[in-house]
Design a protein around this ligand. Structure first.
Ligand code: K1U
Ligand code: ZN
Length: 167
């Protein structure tokens, strides 16, 4: 297993649109293992392949405190969504920034698991938020893009300042 490098906003590669996985292979499962190790080490509750510069429709999530409920989503499709909720979100690609975003409250998603087997999941609460955040990554969208342009430019300035300080 290996720790992967996580791209940081405003890296342009975070805006690439992920392609569907044609066949789920050992290579796919090896990438998933590395993504899980990277997510748990960060630590985070989700990670999309886009964030580790792999532009394939794969993301993982584990919102359990024990880190023992890893869920793998390959070629995810949003089947339905309802309701609205506001939730404070973070992102491993935008470290140190937490902002409130409006999301759908309940969703139904279909995807393939790590063995290529189709499944359907109904999610609500924080898991639903996390899945929507990760599906956005696969579409090249970072959560800060839901914020006002003033907030986005403040976040970019904060990141630039931090980068200058760490040079
Ligand atoms: O996709 C990512 O960047 C991961 C992100 C997922 C996420 C968090 C919150 C709302 C929506 C999506 C994170 O995991 S940020 C880190 C975080 O929220 C967290 C870290 C450790 C324990 C609990 C939460
Ligand atoms: Zn993120």
């Amino acid at each position: 297993m290996a720790l992967l490098n996580i791209l940081h906003y405003p890296d342009e590669r975070l805006h690439k649109i992920a392609k569907p996985v044609i066949e789920v292979t050992e290579k796919t499962r090896s990438l998933i293992k590395d993504m899980a190790e990277t997510m748990y080490a960060a630590p985070g509750v989700g990670l999309a392949a886009t964030q580790v510069n792999v532009h394939e429709q794969i993301f993982i999530a584990d919102i359990s405190e024990e880190h023992n409920q890893l869920q793998v989503f390959i070629n995810p499709k949003l089947i339905s969504s309802s309701g609205e909720e506001e939730c404070e979100e973070g992102c491993l690609s935008v470290p140190g920034v937490y902002e409130t975003v409006k999301r759908c409250e309940r969703i139904i998603v279909e995807a393939l698991d790590k063995n290529g087997k189709p499944f359907r999941l109904e999610a609500d609460g924080f898991l639903a938020v996390c899945i929507q955040h990760e599906m956005d990554h696969l579409k090249g969208k970072v959560f800060v893009e839901y914020l006002s342009s003033l907030k986005q430019s403040r976040i970019r300035a904060k990141i630039k300042k931090r980068q200058r300080e760490t040079l």
